[in-house]
Design a protein around this ligand. Structure first.
Ligand SMILES: NC(=O)c1ccc[n+]([C@@H]2O[C@H](COP(=O)([O-])OP(=O)(O)OC[C@H]3O[C@@H](n4cnc5c(N)ncnc54)[C@H](O)[C@@H]3O)[C@@H](O)[C@H]2O)c1
Length: 283
């Protein structure tokens, strides 16, 4: 029997990719699941699939950008399972393009899902987790883009770096209170998912850049492989979850450039060791 057996996990963006992998892995550990996504059809299908395998799961259609819907998600978890042990603020979307060309609506959508969604999760769930008076954990999904900026992904970089800042702050505040609630920030590189499939991404930054990104994501780590690493980190109450190590030299260069006050140079080594340097305009 796993230590997670019978505990309650809430997962946003559960219907696809990383969220789906976390849901399947958690079901395998015997956790009780509150699955949420804005895509009701895929969400119900996943819920039925996991129930057929014997999991206790409930589906709650939720747009994470809407505070009232996230409050309702918390209430559903409490009504159905009496509390929450593990919250995954996972839902997220992608937008590519030059930052000056991205429309107000596109910026708004990115800020709403990727940033406000995590804020809503924290505001709705952390008071409950603290009140419960037992160990609980929050995992906020950022990205390696939360630590290093790449061109043509401004709203993604901006929202993910904000999620890292928010998570660090939450970690300090919980530690200062000696709370039994802990937090991790998940910063993966490419993980096979549908994130590039949205109509909103298509064509925005030039087909070539989107294709490169899509290929790298589709060839990435599987969501189940990632889920295993995430659950290990949660058991260890590890704040930083960096499943891909290949970008650490880029992170080191960024830190050096800040400390030495030299201008940032975009230079990135991908998973295959290929160096991408300088201006990277694929439009
Ligand atoms: N796939 C990668 O390579 C990768 C790398 C780093 C970080 N991430 C992050 O992982 C998270 C999951 O993304 P993914 O790659 O699995 O993508 P995905 O598109 O496969 O899954 C994202 C899910 O979120 C849902 N969603 C979108 N908007 C929502 C909203 N407003 N409210 C609730 N749900 C919503 C979608 O319907 C979808 O089911 C995101 O935060 C993403 O930024 C992904």
């Amino acid at each position: 029997m796993s230590i997670e057996q019978g505990r309650v996990a809430v997962i946003t963006g559960a219907a696809s990719g990383i969220g789906r992998g976390l849901a399947e892995y958690a079901a395998g550990l015997g956790m009780r699941l509150v699955l949420s996504d804005v895509d009701g059809q895929r969400l119900q299908a996943l819920c039925a699939e996991l129930q057929a395998l014997g999991a206790e799961a409930v589906a709650c259609v939720t747009d994470v950008g809407d505070p009232a819907q996230v409050e309702r998600l918390r209430d559903v978890a409490v009504e159905r399972f009496g509390g929450v042990d593990l919250l995954f603020n996972n839902a997220g979307v992608m937008q590519t393009g030059h930052c000056w060309e991205i429309t107000q609506e596109q910026w708004q959508r990115m800020l709403s899902v990727n940033l406000q969604g995590v804020i809503n999760g924290i505001r709705s769930f952390v008071p409950l987790l603290l009140e419960q008076g037992r160990p609980a954990h929050v995992v906020n999904t950022a990205s390696l883009a939360g630590l290093v900026s790449s061109p043509l992904m401004a709203p993604y970089n901006v929202t993910k770096q904000a999620v890292v800042a928010l998570s660090e702050t939450l970690h300090y505040e919980l530690s200062l209170q000696q709370a039994q609630v802990s937090v991790s920030v998940l910063c993966p590189g490419p993980v096979a998912s549908e994130i590039m499939a949205s109509d909103q991404v298509a064509g925005a930054a030039g087909a070539q850049f989107n294709e490169l990104l899509d290929t790298s994501i589709r060839q990435g780590m599987t969501p189940l492989e990632l889920a295993e690493l995430v659950f290990t980190a949660v058991r260890e109450k590890r704040f930083w979850i960096l499943p891909h190590k290949f970008f650490k030299p880029a992170l080191e260069r960024r830190m050096q450039s800040i400390l030495e006050e030299t201008n940032p140079l975009f230079q990135f080594v991908d998973e295959k060791g290929t160096e991408i340097e300088g201006e990277h305009d694929a439009a």
